[in-house]
Design a binder for this molecule. Structure first.
Ligand SMILES: Cc1cc2nc3c(=O)[nH]c(=O)nc-3n(C[C@H](O)[C@H](O)[C@H](O)COP(=O)(O)OP(=O)(O)OC[C@H]3O[C@@H](n4cnc5c(N)ncnc54)[C@H](O)[C@@H]3O)c2cc1C
Length: 363
């Protein structure tokens, strides 16, 4: 039987793409290596802007653990506090969210095959009979099999959950910038009044073990105070790409999501832009199958729509990575003096720095 589109990877991005294609009437099969959709997904966090979540268009309500209206950024003893009047983001259970995405993809008519790790042989076979999409995450088999340009800037992460934590403000998360970790930050995010997520990212090239960096982070005076008497429930390591690949289409093979590196380099958040790019991919693939239009349009379109914001995230990341803890502390002081706490509380946007910049100019 001819398969029009094969998607490799049943993370949120692959599932949203499968739903989009099936809704457009395209024959689509998604292959997932894990035995169940969502298995292991909670090794990553699920903090998503409400605007971004609405844009995905999946009914996420059953996955919501908490809402966030504020964030406190720490650099040494300096703090920058952002507090909006209403919730800006939701904290999702990633496993449940993936299952909800799968449900909508299936209802739309997509075939989802779990427990199948696609290898080089199968990729060659699939690519002979239709379009292949690599939505297989940061260590992408599709990208390496079809020889796409490499991503060589990553952070290694370690994330854990603690119950019985002493949580100050259940609707606010905290970000800790310092010389260690390198090129990223540590964070805490409450799920409820007693369960706290604690995580950290460490630049891959510093060659330090992410668990060792994490263990040092939880000894930080502020974090250790919140965790006194708390119990670690789980903890897992993972990887975040910090740049997009130079090419994301080759012949009839496309990459989306983390496989393409469509991630905000400032925070590592990849769901909003990954799913937006998946929607663009669905439109381009549907038009290719129906009208024979070139798949290369995907590359042009996603970069045109989202490239500027992703580049701005990269620029901001490079800037804060290079100024060190003294520079960050000074920047926070200046930002406070310039009234940035109030400005960001009112006009901040987690996803679109270009919009924040526009609002800043208007003001
Ligand atoms: C610690 C951490 C915290 C994060 N926090 C956030 C956050 O708060 N907000 C946010 O938006 N993003 C966050 N991210 C990033 C986010 O998790 C990713 O951007 C997102 O998961 C990318 O989705 P994806 O579908 O592209 O890839 P993935 O979620 O990685 O899914 C890829 C899927 O492909 C499957 N697969 C891989 N190889 C094969 C194969 N050969 N055959 C078949 N299946 C295969 C995998 O099993 C997996 O299910 C975080 C990441 C980390 C590590």
């Amino acid at each position: 039987m001819r398969k029009d589109v094969a998607i490799i990877g049943g993370g949120v991005v692959g599932l949203v793409l499968a739903r989009g294609l099936a809704r457009a009437g395209i024959d689509v099969t998604l292959y997932e290596a894990k035995r169940a959709i969502g298995e292991g997904a909670n090794k990553a966090s699920g903090i998503l802007s409400i605007g971004g979540l609405e844009g995905i268009g999946v009914d996420y309500r059953k996955a919501v653990l908490n809402s966030l209206s504020g964030a406190v950024l720490h650099a040494g003893k300096q703090k920058l506090s952002i507090k909006a009047k209403k919730p800006m983001a939701y904290v999702l259970d990633r496993e449940i969210f993936a299952k909800l995405c799968a449900k909508e993809a299936k209802e739309a008519g997509a075939r989802i095959i779990v427990g199948t790790k696609v290898d080089g042989g199968m990729l060659s076979w699939l690519s002979e009979s239709g379009v292949v999409v690599g939505a297989d995450g940061v260590i992408s088999t599709v990208a390496s099999h079809f020889d796409f340009p490499k991503i060589d800037d990553y952070v290694l992460t370690y994330k854990a959950e603690y119950s019985g934590a002493d949580i100050n403000d259940v609707n606010s998360c905290d970000l800790f910038f310092s010389d260690a970790p390198k090129k990223f930050f540590g964070w805490t995010c409450p799920y409820s009044s007693s369960v706290l997520e604690v995580g950290i990212g460490e630049w891959m090239r510093s060659r330090r073990n992410s668990l060792a960096v994490f263990n040092a982070f939880v000894r930080n005076p502020i974090v250790s105070k919140w965790l006194r008497g708390a119990t670690k429930i789980s903890g897992r390591a993972s990887i975040i790409p910090l740049q997009s690949r130079k090419t994301t289409v080759k012949g009839n093979v496309l990459l989306v999501g983390d496989a393409a590196g469509q991630v905000k380099a400032t925070t590592g958040g990849g769901i909003v832009f990954g799913t937006l790019c998946a929607k663009t991919a669905a439109e381009v693939i549907a038009s290719h199958i129906r009208k024979g239009t070139p798949l290369a349009a995907y590359e042009k379109l996603w970069r045109k729509k989202y490239g500027l914001d992703l580049r701005m995230h990269k620029f901001i990341h490079r800037y804060y990575s290079n100024i060190g803890i003294g520079g960050s502390a000074l920047l926070f002081r200046l930002a406070k003096l310039a009234g940035m706490e109030n400005f960001l509380s009112e006009y901040g946007d987690m996803d679109r720095p270009s919009l924040v910049l526009k609002r800043l100019f208007v003001r």
